[in-house]
Design a protein. Sequence first.
Length: 255
Amino acid sequence: MLRTISLLVISAVLWSGVALAEPQVRLIANISPPYADKSLEEQGLALELVEHVFKRAGYGTDISIDSWPRAMEGVEIGVFDALAAAWYTEERAQSFLFSDPYLSSQLVLVKLRSDKGDYFELAHLEGKRLGVRVDYAYGVDFDSVPNLSLVAENHLIQSLLNLLNGRVDFVIGDQRTVALQLNDYLSKQSQKFEVVHIDLPARERHVAASLSMPGKEKAIAAFNKALAESKQDGSHAAIVKKWDERMGLDKLSRP
């Protein structure tokens, strides 16, 4: 009897040690609603997905949210292990190990419905004023459009207000972010906006681990495996659908 009790106690202690030893990933994301924002449920769509996938992979997460410069600095100096929602670039790949993409988002151009012009390619923006965000990597060759003026603001809502007030002719932004901003701040005037018939590239979000992070290869491999499993069992799609319905993404459509 005593032997059995002793074995149970030892097993419990060993199991507790395993549980306590669950690896933790210190992540940081830049403020970017609806993907990462402290005021949102689960801190945003991207962070809910990241936490869901890492949990499935057997990793705990400690996620912070700050400005993009502070997020980059925090990872560079080792305060954080990885960026939680980063776009891939060749330059960044020199400093980070990227996961498989876990979320795709579509860039869109928005104009006022009162503008009856026909716009089907970037060249049609010649001589126009385009609202953009400061330090935002769109992956679009704006320099190829003659006399296109870029009007930069820190936040998308500022650009949307500029469009409404005639200070710009178009605004470029992430489709989900545009839908959220219109729904939250300009719901009574949202019908004044419409998406332009110009195809723009989709952008994909990744976890980007610092090359100085211990065990980065194992963590990213585990994330990728759990991500594939989450897509297969439908849990990934369920989270994305929940957020898209909440934001009224279907209302932001082309005419």
